[in-house]
Structure formats: structure tokens, C-alpha cells
Design a protein around this ligand. Structure first.
Ligand code: OXD
Ligand code: MN
Length: 587
């Protein structure tokens, strides 16, 4: 099967004319093709082979030193009207941006090969799924896209002769950080990325398509593209319920997606459907909200991942994985900080320099990554590729809060839940000895990823209420409360299951709760503590406390936060006023 879409062929021809590659390769997604590309990348040094006995099928890559993370300052949403991108996105006039970048792409692939990557976001044949085509001059991008998406002929088959696809153009160019641009034209289904070779900027199916472009499509088509994990919890009777969760980075989202329940919860199992992105839509009858994971791999942060913090992630990455910017041992094994393996006497660090344990620099870049096939995850759900998606019972929002948010609370209803998501915040981890870090608000963890005006995005969330009969219940969680000595109170990791269990009980009407000004709180004794030595119901009560003075500051901060939006729905302002009033009554 090759490309049947005239629109694709015409667009690729135009981009060839613009970029002038020496060679154009249309990729089919076959194993033979993968081998050929790997051999080429190994021969040029673009990739290195890891120890194939210990890490079969695993490769290594270093990006340029100036190119190690997403670049929000150089990420643009180019809608025709500036106000449609909204005050929280960088905007430029699409015509001017096409001209400016067009000049940069002019002849940029001379002496290089252009790879044409057809891919599907979502399982093949699913009504949720959408096709993209990425043109790139990087084999590293091709090999990553092979893992992160359903790539090759399968995508041509899905597209047929349709012209509905997302056009992605990527060139590493000279990896010049001053000319780096990650640009979205949501009204044209187009993404242009230039002068980067780092994951989030160049694997265009991920943040650029599955969140920024897809959120715009979702608003227009009545569904939701969210920065959320999806997990399933099976109870001892074999019934599985699913939830999604949005967290800012550094809050343990991948760990939660792959959680292993504590020993007391015998018979319960947690299954991963997705670790980063959820596409959700109501079913045909408007009964339930269904979700799919549009990706087929994990692009996870390596440092901190260990057999203790996340054994499932460690096991997923043992084969067929690409490691980027971690350190290398002398016998070609990957190594990173907090991997649970003591640092060897000598490493080559992520820059390529010699490294020894007395070095004052990190050996692996803090944002070094693994790209691993999701199907290899030991706890992958057997529904993870269900074309119909899984029904969602609960939506979680969370962040790192030292004092403010309790361990868990439930919103009063959907509208209040949208309010809770719109005020989501995390504190910088500089919270030493009880000092509170800087609060960063990141509504629904979508601030850097919403492809249109955030005020309209909030309204879209509010509008979903009328489209779903069995609305998921919305909760806020905070694993990161600190005691007066700056220590985490809650053990976290697998023990977070105890909170998930309460959440599901609430969804199933199996437990009552205490009404507070911020939402419904658990009765402390309803959080199961079996097997948790040295942790009492009083400690839980402490974790669930809502400090009125701290929340007064929080309300003032939310008022400031809301000033950033130009199209904030009245409903959210009303929600804030109502919360203020509930606190006032307590005084
Ligand atoms: C990610 C991110 O890489 O959210 O998933 O930054
Ligand atoms: Mn993410």
C-alpha cells in the first residue's frame, strides 16, 4: 500500500521544491526499513549501539548541547486572529511566519535526505484516530516516530484518498538556537519545526499534533485532547474502572500511570493505557466519556527512574529503546542519576566528556529520555489499543503543594471540577525546611500545549457537561504535602493506590465524605492504612486539613492568575466568588 492521497502528494511535492533534498524516501514502516535506517545512523555516528546482550535492540543518541528541551519561548500558535491564540500563547501572523520560515527552509535539505513519515495518532481503524505526515531530515526522528506512533503503510491505509491529515515539516537545519522555531498553524492543520533535533520539538505527532493541533480540532469537533495519563484499576472481582490524570512535569505522572499496588491490596491490579496524552470523546449515545492513548510509546524522563520508583518503566526500556542524553558506561550501557545503580568509576557524560563520581556535574542530562514501545510495558492494559477507547470514571488534577492542597478532595460537580483544573498549580521544589516554593499555575497542565485561546478552552470544558450523561467525577490530589521540617508526609509511589481506591469508592457511591469549602474530603479513616507502619489516621487527618489562612492567600493568587486570561468564562469567576464566600462563612 502506498499513498493514495492526491493532497499528500501535492503537498510533499511543494515541500520538496522548497527544501530541495538530494533524495526523498517514502517510509513503509517495515522491519527491513528499520534495519536499514539504523545501520545508516550507526555508520554516520548519529546513533550508537548499546550492549546488545544486555540491552537488545537499544540505541543511543546525543542531541546538541544547546538543544535538550522543549522551547516554549520559541513555540508559536499562528491563528489568523491574534485573540484566537490568546494571551498565554506566543502568536505571529501566519502569513508573515510562513514567509519568515519559508526563507529558512529554502534549500535547507540540500545534500540531505527527506524522509516522508506517514503515521496515525491512535489505534489503526479507530474512530478517534487521525493521520499525520511528517517530513524530516533526521533518521533519529524517524526511529523515534516508529516507536511513538503507528507509522508506515498502515497510515496510508487509514488515510485512503482523503485530504484530512496534519502536515508536519521538520528540519534540523543548523540546530541554531537563535533560529529555532516550533510553529503551529491550527487553521491549516500544519506544523513547522526548524533548528532543533530534540524530542518534544521534533517528534511532531506528540505535543505539536496530539495536544496543540488536536486541542483545536477537538474544540471544533466536540471532543477533548488532554495532557493526561490513562490507567485502569481491576478489582478482585475482575471489574476494571479507568481514570485519567493531568499533572505538571516533575509530579510523578509516569510513575502513577505504572503504579504497583501495595501488598494489602491483594487481587487489585493497575494497568497502564497511556502515560502522557488522552483523547476523549462521548460515546454515540452520550452515555460515557471514552478515552484512547493516541501514542504507541513512552517518551519518559530517565533520571529518577529506578526499579524502586518505577519497575514497570525500567522493564519496558530493557529492549528496543532509544536513550537520549543519558550517560554511557565504558561497556556501552545507559546510566543516569537515581537509576538505583551506583555510579561506575568512569562514564561518558551526556555531552560526551569523561565523568567520574567526584565530578560536580550531572552525568545524564536532567531531561534525558527513553523512547520505549508501550506494548513492552509489563502492566500495559489489554485495552490499550481498543479502537473504541475505555470509559472514564474519574479525572484527576494534581500538583506539588507544600501546604495548600490536601491529599485528595473531590469537586462538588463538573463546573466546580473545571474550576479546580483551571487553578491547578505546582510549587518549585526549592521548598526547603518548610519554606514554600514559587507557585506556578498550569491549568489542566495544558498551558504550554493548548492550541487556542485558554479562555475558550475552559468554556469547551464547561460545554462538555451537557454532552455526557455519566460524567466522570473530578478530583484533586497532592502527594507532596510537607511537614514543618520540609519532609514529605505521604509515602507516595505505590501507596498512592490508597487514594485511588477512595476515589473509585466515591465514583461508585460506596463511601460518604465531608463537605469543606474546597470540595468533598475523605473521612480520614476511609483512607486504608493497612501495612503502613508508623502512619496513623491522625496523620491522614493532618494531610486532609484545609488551613483557612493559607487558602485566603490561595484565593488572592487565583484572582491574579485569572487576570491572565482575556476570555475567562463568567462561570469560573462565579466559582471563585462562591469559594471565597464559603471560606468567609467559616470566619
Ligand atoms: C513531556 C512534557 O515531555 O510534558 O511529556 O514536557
Ligand atoms: Mn507531557
Amino acid at each position: 500500500m502506498s499513498c493514495q492521497s492526491k493532497a499528500v502528494k501535492q503537498w510533499v511535492d511543494e515541500m520538496i521544491e522548497l527544501c530541495q533534498p538530494d533524495k526523498v524516501v517514502w517510509l513503509d514502516g517495515s522491519e527491513e526499513e528499520k534495519k536499514r535506517l539504523e545501520e545508516e545512523a550507526l555508520s554516520t555516528g548519529e546513533m550508537q549501539l548499546l550492549d546488545q546482550e544486555k540491552w537488545p535492540g537499544c540505541l543511543y543518541h546525543r542531541t546538541a548541547v544547546n538543544d535538550v528541551a522543549r522551547v516554549e519561548g520559541r513555540t508559536f500558535i499562528c491563528t489568523r486572529k491574534e485573540e484566537d491564540a490568546g494571551p498565554t500563547n506566543h502568536w505571529a501572523d501566519p502569513k508573515e511566519m510562513y514567509e519568515k520560515l519559508g526563507a529558512m527552509y529554502d534549500g535547507v535539505m540540500k545534500g540531505r535526505t527527506m524522509y516522508v513519515i506517514p503515521y496515525i495518532m491512535g489505534p489503526a481503524g479507530s474512530p478517534f484516530s487521525k493521520v499525520g505526515v511528517e517530513l524530516t531530515d533526521s533518521i533519529y526522528v524517524v526511529l523515534n516516530m516508529r516507536i511513538m506512533t503507528r507509522m508506515g503503510d498502515v497510515a496510508w491505509k487509514q488515510l485512503g484518498d482523503s485530504d484530512e491529515f496534519v502536515k508536519g515539516l521538520h528540519s534540523k537545519a543548523a540546530v541554531d538556537q537563535d533560529k529555532r522555531y516550533i510553529v503551529h498553524f491550527p487553521e491549516d492543520n500544519t506544523i513547522w519545526s526548524i533548528n532543533s533535533g530534540y524530542g518534544g520539538n521534533v517528534l511532531l505527532g506528540k505535543k505539536c499534533f496530539a495536544l496543540r493541533i488536536a486541542s483545536f480540532q477537538a474544540k471544533n469537533e466536540g471532543w477533548m485532547a488532554e495532557h493526561m495519563l490513562i490507567l485502569g484499576i481491576e478489582n478482585p472481582e475482575g471489574k476494571t474502572q479507568y481514570l485519567t490524570g493531568a499533572f505538571p512535569s516533575a509530579c510523578g505522572k509516569t510513575n502513577l500511570a505504572m503504579l504497583i499496588p501495595p501488598a494489602y491490596a491483594e487481587g487489585y491490579k493497575v494497568y497502564t493505557v497511556g502515560d502522557d496524552i488522552a483523547w476523549m470523546r462521548p460515546d454515540k449515545n452520550g452515555e460515557n466519556l471514552l478515552a484512547i492513548n493516541p501514542e504507541s510509546g513512552f517518551f519518559g524522563v530517565a533520571p529518577g527512574t529506578s526499579m524502586k520508583s518505577n519497575p514497570n518503566a525500567m522493564l519496558t526500556t530493557k529492549t528496543n529503546t532509544i536513550f537520549t542524553n543519558v550517560a554511557l558506561t565504558d561497556d556501552m550501557q545507559p546510566w543516569w542519576e537515581d537509576m538505583g545503580i551506583p555510579a561506575p568509576a568512569h562514564l561518558t557524560d551526556w555531552i560526551g566528556d569523561d565523568w567520574t563520581p567526584d565530578s560536580d556535574k550531572k552525568a545524564a542530562h536532567p531531561n534525558s529520555r527513553f523512547t520505549a514501545p508501550a506494548g513492552q510495558c509489563p502492566c500495559i492494559s489489554d485495552q490499550w489499543e481498543d479502537p473504541n477507547g475505555v470509559p472514564i470514571s474519574a479525572i484527576l488534577f494534581g500538583g506539588r503543594r507544600a501546604k495548600t492542597a490536601p491529599l485528595v478532595y473531590q469537586s462538588f460537580d463538573w463546573k466546580h471540577g473545571v474550576f479546580v483544573g483551571s487553578t491547578m498549580a505546582s510549587e518549585t521544589t526549592a521548598a526547603a525546611a518548610g519554606a514554600v516554593g514559587v507557585v506556578r499555575r498550569d491549568p489542566m497542565a495544558m498551558l504550554p500545549f493548548c492550541g487556542y485561546n485558554m479562555g475558550d478552552y475552559f468554556q469547551h470544558w464547561l460545554d462538555m457537561e451537557d454532552k455526557i450523561k455519566n460524567l466522570p467525577k473530578i478530583f484533586n490530589v497532592n502527594w507532596f504535602r510537607l511537614d514543618d521540617n520540609g519532609k514529605f508526609i505521604w509515602p507516595g509511589f505505590g501507596d498512592n493506590f490508597r487514594v485511588l481506591q477512595w476515589i473509585l469508592k466515591r465514583c461508585n457511591g460506596e463511601v460518604d465524605a465531608v463537605e469543606s469549602p474546597i470540595g468533598y474530603l475523605p473521612h480520614p479513616e476511609d483512607i486504608c492504612l493497612d501495612g503502613l507502619d508508623d502512619f496513623t489516621t491522625e496523620d491522614v487527618a493532618d494531610l486532609l486539613s484545609v488551613d483557612i489562612d493559607v487558602w485566603e492567600e490561595e484565593i488572592a493568587d487565583i484572582e491574579e492568575h485569572y487576570k491572565k486570561f482575556d476570555r475567562l468564562p463568567q462561570e469560573l469567576t462565579d466559582q471563585l466568588a462562591a469559594m471565597k464566600e464559603r471560606f468567609a462563612k467559616l470566619k
